[in-house]
Design a protein around this ligand. Structure first.
Ligand code: GDP
Ligand code: IMO
Ligand code: MG
Length: 426
């Protein structure tokens, strides 16, 4: 049976964790295909909250094999801490498989992420400072250390010595920082991390293909989102991987024909953390309402997310970039507080109307959104479970979205809980 991709369609935090968990009920394997511990995916089950950074969101089901794919960058101490925390809550973590080809986030990556952000000053990207950019940069430069290197101490040490010489020169000479100690890093990674992580390291590509061959359903979980994509996002205000659906193939080791369903996740409004253009950003009271009612503070870094109205121009572009077959609209309940809700259906720049995303980034920085005002519903949606539980105005809101993007809305989120959603007819 082919695979399903779950992909963020905005700037992250759309509720990928919740939807992945929801769909994982019926699948055998869930693979995280890119990103690292810059992600924070939340699942709420019976009032208990699970915030996952590296571990796939299918992990709460016993029948799921959670896999960290080759496209992920793994900070192993964070991974082990996450495993320990989940194990302490009664979850069997012995099932986890970590691709040997995934790259390691090393202490110098984290240090370099911090100092380069500081160095950029006002031009900073607002990264999560988790070392993600530097780790992917080393992967592309072919000087990265991979998870499988943990299994060969001699190779690990050789590679570390070479790369650390260069990193320490940069840290000391460019950024005036203290050099890092190779012996300390090797001791931590080889003596502490390797014995604990060793049993989880495996051939994730083979595992996924054996599952596909056996007719099992698999799910590929993206982190970050379409407009944080290194190629298709609002560069340079992006992450350093490819969250778009194409990245699911590369980051898992399957071909496009193995995928038959691409579920995009979009909030009923938008948020963004960090710098970069955001045409529908809303300041003032309405923005504060979105942030407070939506609890829009980073799962991971605690930063306040920038709020805005739903941007249908971007969403339609996300449909193309990911070949979305359907979309889930989350946090519909948060809009219940508004008399009027807005959706952006175009951009205006110096009398020019754009109905698509302008390819030139400078234009996107300047544009003014063209809104369509829609009536709010002013009703508590948290208990809605079927379409008929949704007020007419809320249904109309979803219809406007699906008509504009020409893709069916198949789920509507009405609260953080696992059961708080409405399944819509396809
Ligand atoms: P992810 O990174 O895409 O997995 O999303 P996050 O977990 O970072 O952020 C989404 C937040 O919204 C989390 O706190 C979820 O518990 C919460 N959430 C998800 N779906 C809904 C929904 O439909 N309604 C409400 N009110 N909260 C939701
Ligand atoms: P999930 O998977 C929201 C943002 C950062 C910054 C930019 C680059 O939970 O949706 P990075 O540390 O990746 O180099 O930062 O990307 N960013 C996210 N924003 N949700 C995320 O993950 C994010 N991961 C990275 O805020 O703007
Ligand atoms: Mg998140």
């Amino acid at each position: 049976m082919p695979a399903t991709v779950v992909v963020g369609t905005q700037w992250g935090d759309e509720g990928k964790g919740k939807l992945t968990d929801l769909l994982a009920k019926d699948v055998r394997v869930v693979v995280r295909y890119q990103g690292g511990h810059n992600a924070g995916h939340t699942i709420v089950v019976d009032g208990e909250t699970f915030a996952l950074q590296l571990i796939p969101s299918g992990v709460l089901y016993d029948h799921v094999v959670p896999v960290i794919g080759n496209g992920v960058v793994v900070e192993p101490t964070v991974l082990l801490a996450e495993c320990a925390a989940l194990a302490a809550r009664g979850i069997d973590m012995s099932r986890l498989v970590v691709s040997g080809n995934a790259h390691l986030v090393m202490p110098y990556h984290i240090e370099l992420d911090r100092v380069t952000e500081r160095y950029l000053g006002k031009a900073k990207l607002g990264t999560t400072k988790r070392g993600i950019g530097p780790a992917y940069a080393d992967k592309a430069a072919r000087i990265g250390l991979r998870v499988q290197d943990l299994l060969d101490p001699k190779i690990f040490r050789q590679k570390l010595d070479v790369v650390l010489r260069e990193k320490n020169a940069i840290l000391a000479k460019v950024y005036n920082r203290l050099p890092l100690d190779a012996d300390q890093i090797a001791a931590k990674y080889l003596d502490e991390v390797a014995p604990a992580l060793g049993p989880m390291i495996g051939d994730s590509v083979r595992l996924v293909h054996e599952a596909l061959d056996a007719g099992q359903q698999i799910m590929l979980e993206g982190a970050q989102a379409t407009f944080l994509d290194l190629d298709h996002g609002t560069y340079p205000f992006v992450t350093s991987s490819n969250p778009t659906a194409g990245g699911a193939c590369v980051g898992t080791g399957i071909g496009p024909r193995d995928i038959d369903r691409v579920l995009g996740i979009a909030k009923a409004y938008v948020t963004r953390v960090g710098s970069g253009p955001m045409p529908t950003e809303v300041a003032g009271e309405q923005g504060d309402m979105l942030v407070e009612l939506g609890h829009e503070y980073g799962t991971n870094t605690g930063r306040r997310r920038r709020p805005g109205w739903l941007d249908l121009v971007l969403l339609r572009h996300a449909v193309r970039l990911n070949s979305l077959s359907e979309i889930a609209i989350t946090k519909l309940d948060v809009l219940s507080a508004f008399d009027t809700v807005k959706v952006c259906v175009g951009y205006l720049d110096r009398d020019e109307l754009y109905e698509h995303v302008p390819y030139h980034q400078s234009v996107l920085h300047r544009v003014q959104p063209v809104y369509r005002d829609l009536p709010g519903w002013r009703a508590d949606l948290s208990g809605a479970r079927t379409v008929s539980d949704l007020p007419e105005a809320a249904r109309a809101y979803l219809d406007v979205i699906s008509e504009y993007i020409r893709v069916p809305v198949t789920y509507a989120g009405v609260g953080p809980g696992r059961e708080q959603y409405v399944r819509l007819a396809v």
